[in-house]
Design a protein around this ligand. Structure first.
Ligand code: GDP
Length: 479
């Protein structure tokens, strides 16, 4: 991998068989073409239906995208404020930039699938960083929301209390199935603090009301796709698009998220320098949800207990001083990502101070140690994206429960990870980790409501392919 690669001109049209859109200038986004030099081919194949759906979405986005005639006319509805208007030929879903980068990536993927299912055009609020992190995924158009969009200044004020949210409009009897008028836009509050009214988003009859607005403005920090599989009007189409349920984010992630050239430089240089020569690459993503930033002994002990017990890293050889210094010695590279440098330093010393029982040599690398989460800082998020991507290039992945950072890596990589359980009372959990049930991300705040019976229900027990997550028992994930 990593050999030099010609990248001039346009790509070829293989749109009928390939996941990615074609028709781009190659130099504008090298990762789109060079990633195959760095990652193994996916063992999964997208369905023909998904490919044709993506191609027709691309045509729709081109026809309705920013500054087209349809876009301009539909934006006018927002300025006019009328509640009676002609049906627009283009309808939109606007995604508001919100939360940490892992959450953003998962919520963009969720919004995109919802847009596919409802024939809407997805436009992305670029916030402080989106345009610097990701290439345009759709050819000959733009997915970034124009900065002169009329409601853009209100985005940061939208919250659970906003009177324009679907939940609050319902609560205040502002909209219903029978009313003939409908405001031109509706705010969808799908953030983790959403209430029972907001959660009616996941009910068919509410979807039919919501779909009347030409503009939907969504704020969410969730991967809400598992619950879309429980909405009867989407169910059949989803099953046809994704015959293998656990590949949803794998394909959407690879389709949508291509690092910009600047981030690709960070990824490719790091890979070529530290990982390319290894016989095997192991990624360990360490996310400690504690306000205290120092490295903890129990977290280190947990990592060692997990990786050695599961045979991902070799045991230390306490009996001998030197083992198997041969030419065909195997090199394992461990890529650690963490806000703190403490864990990789300890792991590195452990394998310097002692030989291994297998004779393998273990090299340990950590690209950055930023200390604390700093979501609005630009280079910080470029590094975070580069690290998620580097993790996705490993052969074996260990992730931390509750962390969307790890979900992105496992999904894009097509890797079913070993999941480190979240420690309680600062002690090593027993067992320290286990193999995840699928490579899909977990929906952390799903609704538990039966829309037909109008009662609570365990939504993790309705269909076999939507189950509760390991490590976060109330979450839902596709398997
Ligand atoms: P989550 O909070 O673990 O679900 O992941 P998010 O990505 O949504 O938010 C965490 C943020 O903290 C990331 O976006 C980064 O800005 C930062 N962060 C957390 N862990 C790491 C890490 O290992 N490396 C880097 N570079 N940043 C991290």
């Amino acid at each position: 991998s990593g050999e030099s690669h010609q990248s001039v001109g346009h790509d070829e049209d293989n749109s009928a068989t390939e996941l990615l859109a074609t028709g781009f200038e190659m130099d504008s986004c090298l990762s789109r073409y060079q990633s195959k030099l760095y990652r193994k081919e996916s063992p999964y194949k997208p369905s023909a239906l998904l490919l044709s759906k993506l191609r027709s979405y691309e045509a729709l986005h081109k026809r309705c995208g920013p500054h087209t005639l349809s876009y301009n006319t539909t934006v006018e509805l927002l300025r006019s404020g009328h509640e009676h208007y002609e049906v627009s030929d283009c309808n939109y879903l606007v995604w508001i930039s919100f939360s940490g980068l892992g959450n953003k990536i998962l919520s963009i993927a969720s919004a995109f699938l919802y847009a596919l299912l409802t024939d809407r055009v997805l436009l992305i609020d670029c916030g402080t960083d989106i345009g610097d992190l990701f290439c345009e995924p759709f050819p000959d158009t733009a997915w970034l929301l124009p900065l002169d969009f009329p409601l853009i200044d209100q985005f940061h004020n939208f919250d659970q209390k906003s009177p324009q949210s679907y939940g609050n409009m319902l609560r205040n009897n502002m909209i219903s199935n029978s009313s003939s008028s409908h405001p031109p836009w509706t705010y969808l509050h799908l953030v983790h603090d959403y209430d029972d009214y907001d959660k009616l988003f996941f009910c068919d009859q509410d979807q039919s009301i919501i779909q009347r607005a030409p503009w939907l403005i969504m704020k969410t920090d969730n991967y809400f796709i598992p619950s879309l599989f429980l909405i009867p009007s989407f169910e059949q189409q989803l099953n046809n698009l994704f015959p293998q349920k656990e590949t949803v984010f794998h394909f959407l992630g690879r389709y949508l998220f291509h690092p910009t050239n600047l981030v690709w430089g960070l990824i490719a240089r790091y890979y070529d320098t530290y990982l390319a020569k290894a016989n095997e690459k192991i990624g360990i993503q360490i996310r400690v949800f504690d306000t205290d930033p120092r490295p903890f002994q129990h977290v280190f002990d947990q990592i060692v207990a997990c990786t050695v017990k599961e045979g991902l890293l070799p045991e230390l050889n306490a009996k001998e001083e030197v083992t198997n210094l041969g030419a065909n010695q195997k090199l394992k590279a461990v890529l650690v990502t963490s806000l703190s440098s403490g864990y990789s330093e300890k792991l590195k010393s452990m394998y310097w101070d002692n030989p291994t029982v297998t004779g393998e040599v273990i090299s340990v690398y950590q690209p950055s140690h930023e200390g604390y989460q700093n979501t609005e800082n630009q280079i910080h998020n470029k590094k975070a994206w580069a690290e998620m991507y580097l993790l996705s290039l490993t052969d074996v992945l260990v992730t931390s429960s509750w962390s969307t950072f790890g979900y992105v890596a496992q999904g894009i990589g097509g890797l079913k990870p070993w999941l480190l359980y979240k420690p309680e009372n600062r002690t090593v959990p027993n067992p320290p980790c286990s193999r995840d049930i699928s490579m899909e991300p977990c929906f952390h705040a799903p609704p538990f409501y039966d829309c037909k019976a109008k009662t609570g229900v365990d939504t993790g027990k309705i269909v076999p392919h939507v189950r509760h997550c390991q490590g976060m028992g109330w979450g839902l994930k596709l398997v």
